[in-house]
Structure formats: C-alpha cells, structure tokens
Design a protein around this ligand. Sequence first.
Ligand SMILES: [Zn+2]
Length: 142
Amino acid sequence: MQVITTECQTVEVKLTGNRKAVLLLLQQQQRPLSAYEIIDLLRPQIGRIIHPMLVYRCLDFLLEQHLVVKLVSVNKFMVLPEGATEPGQCLICERCQAVTFSQSSNPLQQQRRKIAASGFKLNQQPVEFHGICQACQKDDNK
Ligand SMILES: [Zn+2]
C-alpha cells in the first residue's frame, strides 16, 4: 500500500517506531481518532501501553510534517488525504463521525494563502464544518 506521497518519503526515513506506528494506524483507520483511541488501538500491536505524552509528541511531529491534521472541534487527528497539499476544509458528520475533505478553492483558502504570504505561519488546520452526511440523511428517510 503506497500511501505516503513522494514528497514525504524522505520523512518516512526519519519516522521512529512510534511515529511510524501512529501514522500507519491513522492511515489504516481513515477516520479521525483521539489520542486515547490511538493508544487503545496501538496497545495490541505494540504489546504495551504507550504513554499519552509519547503519543502527543508523535502527533506533534506528524502535524509538523503535514502528514496529519488536527480536527480541533472534535479534538481528533486524521491523515491528510493522499495528494492533498493543504488541509483545505473538512465536513464532519455529527452522527457517524465520517469526515470528508474538500480541496475546492474558496475565499477562506485564498485568505489563508494571503496570510501565509504575509509571513504569518498558520497552523495546518482544516476549516471544519459540522452537519449530517448524505448517507445518514438517507437513513432518516427510510
Ligand atoms: Zn453520517
């Protein structure tokens, strides 16, 4: 499974055991996970409890490398979709927790680029929208 883009392959080299384990887990899950969900899911893989501080440090590193984004409104972490160059915007379903990323250009993104160009270092956080996804709306109509 080739999930890490070419640009990031140099990053992969620097990934230590724990960082790599956290990234692989997020790639496998393809859904937002909290630090504590990550700890729970990694425990059987690694065979021991990982200290939350260690997971947060791994996540900080992955955030810096733009491999992972933080969804602030739900305090969870998720891999950036393949090919995505900026966090863009994400639609978070409040019912099934599904997250859809959208890279479509919008005034907010243009604003972000302008801010970045002015020299202010923005956090790599997507703009978050909450609502009900199409699948859950269909369930309502049954
Ligand atoms: Zn949903």
